[in-house]
Design a protein. Sequence first.
Length: 104
Amino acid sequence: MIKKLLSNAMLSLVMDKQAKEKLHALRGGRKTADSDNSGARIAPAKEATEQKPSPDRQELIAQAMAIHQSKSAILDDLTLNEKRQLQELAAKALLGSIPNDRDE
């Protein structure tokens, strides 16, 4: 009860009445007068996330994973010192600075 009261108070600070009604309608599964199509907009997005990837996409993912495994096998042979040096070099190239992890 207190949670709901605080939630409503916080929402009133950042949202107007219509926006709060739409939010409550979406949370409760009800329809408001302004959002007759709200369920129609949500349903296709939900269906899209539940669909299986196409065979082309599955093939691309498999190829990417094979490349990743072959490249990561190269890094497995490096010593700890070599890995640290490589990380510093990458940070310098990408960020323009070297992180100071040795001070910790």
